[in-house]
Design a protein around this ligand. Sequence first.
Ligand code: MRU
Length: 347
Amino acid sequence: MNETATLWWDSDNTGIHYIEQTLLPNEYSIVECRSIERLATAIKRLEIRGAPALGVAGAYGVALSAVLADKKDLKSFMTAVQRDADILRSTRPTAINLAWGIDRVLAAMKPARTPADAVTIAIAKAEEIAREDTACCHAIGKHGAALLPDNCTVLTHCNAGALACSSWGTALGVIRSAVNAGKQVKVISCETRPLLQGARLTAWELARDGIDVTTITDSTAAHLMRKGAIDAVVVGADRITRDAVFNKIGTYMHAVCAHHHKIPFYVAAPLSTFDPKNAEKDVIIEERGRDEVTIMGGRTFVPEGAHVKNYAFDATPMELVTAVITETGVLRPPIDIQKLLSHRSTT
Ligand code: MRU
């Protein structure tokens, strides 16, 4: 199976390479990013996307800022890096991994005595976060694969695959690991309006790996559940509070339908996605531009006089979640997040 990285640090320490996801599946293109402004734009445009990949992008972003910042004295150097970190942090508000990746690198840089030391530390920490993310995905995959029966059909929403992580994926990591373990797994990939991460990215990744994938419109999911054609739902997450799972808009709809039809609803996510400080009511759900909804293939489908709402995420209450699959094991709600996070690296 394909283990290509989604984003990586240049070996000459001058920037970040990443797969430009808005162009897939028509064009596979690698971008070289050498400025914070370009990285911030890439995140806002979803050239890099998916919660764990955003965590790695944030970490590499701080390393890039450290490389680029003026190294006259440590204080002004750190002020410049902090300013860039704030720019990156503000690009997307819902996926907690972005801030987590940024803060881990900033915390690691604190003991540095010179800007040069801080650069070395930042690069090493960002590389470590990227490696850890891949290891987490494989561990999530292994734990989750055990939950899937042989000869099953799994519905997934959006893209929680290799492209949303360093590599391998969370929800798709579970599917890949199950297939690697010899299970027959078919995947139903919801197209995921309006930006079609399911149709464009999930279907591309799985087809490339030779895994049986069928794309449906989002509104077909309930119909298939009612027909008994879905054995499990596995999705990723952008943030998990004590009371809810935030994920791509439409996830809640699948959770309600799965609950009604007694289909297990699994969330696959690393510990970096948990938010112990906030509850559902405290979390900002990103709202994106009108054009993403109104324009398709260059044509406008909504009249100018009509309002448009374009929420990027929704919240699924914990009581609709059968289990959360993490790198440390399978957790069935209610989950004690504080206790769980005693395992999470903060440095
Ligand atoms: O807007 P996106 O494409 O960044 O949204 C991504 C998702 O909602 C994913 O399901 C989530 O980040 C989990 S990725 C492992």
